[in-house]
Write a protein that binds this ligand. Structure first.
Ligand code: DX5
Ligand code: ZN
Length: 217
């Protein structure tokens, strides 16, 4: 199946030094950056939006920016995120009214298309549109906050998708770290998001290496 990538989430890093925190992740071996956008409506929390991403982009021109859009009306920010330099635009299916139209818009703006599923959303919701996505993001916590406990029962979604879509990028997000990576790898996810387990570690490179080792073997 597709190649394995580790994408740290900087949600719980020191956001007043965002570029430094991102560089630290890259130097620690991150393959991409998972950037959590929250609007206070789709989730009960706020983070940042495209103006911050636009400032970050010139400081690290070659890094893949994976935008996790935890927002209502996800169609609203497609052009601004593309213009800011985002590479992947992952919207939540629960917030989307017209899936084909949004996927087309994202693709036409030059970004890869991701669809996210909250823990309570069955995988069947997206099956009719499976051709339209580059990435499916399976949430293993309720979106909104870092540092929550991993929901192992979400692995049945990952297994189902991996069995039926061998070439699909399957991303897992929430509570993933050295203690939970093995079931994630076993289920067949290949894009691994990890926040506090990496950013809170004294040696992030060690944690990234450990996660990589688990998904690649
Ligand atoms: C949760 C975010 C996640 C999360 C990851 O709403 O989408 O990216 O912050 O952090 P950990 O790994 O600490 O759960
Ligand atoms: Zn996320």
């Amino acid at each position: 199946h597709p190649c394995c990538k580790i994408g740290p989430s900087i949600l719980c890093a020191d956001l007043s030094c965002l570029a430094d925190e991102c560089r630290k992740m890259i130097h620690s071996g991150a393959d991409y950056l998972h950037l959590d956008v929250m609007d206070g409506h789709f989730v009960p929390n706020l983070t940042f939006g495209h103006p911050i991403v636009k400032c970050l982009r010139p400081k690290m021109p070659d890094i893949y920016f994976d935008m996790h859009m935890m927002v209502q009306n996800p169609e609203k920010w497609v052009e601004s995120m593309a213009d800011a330099g985002a590479n992947q635009y992952t919207f939540h299916v629960e917030a989307c009214e017209d899936i084909p139209a949004l996927c087309r818009k994202i693709q036409e703006s030059g970004m890869r298309v991701g669809v996210g599923l909250k823990p309570g959303t069955p995988v069947e919701t997206i099956l009719p549109y499976s051709d339209l996505f580059d990435v499916v993001l399976i949430m293993t916590v309720e979106p909104g906050f870092g540092g929550q406990s991993f929901m192992e029962d979400m692995m049945s979604k990952v297994q189902y998708l991996r069995t039926n879509f061998p070439y699909l990028d399957i991303e897992v997000d929430g509570g993933v770290g050295p203690n939970t990576i093995d079931v994630v790898a076993e289920a067949g996810a290949n894009m691994i998001v990890s926040g506090t387990a990496i950013t809170g570690a004294s040696d992030p490179s060690q944690v990234i290496a450990l996660l990589r080792n688990s998904v690649e073997n």
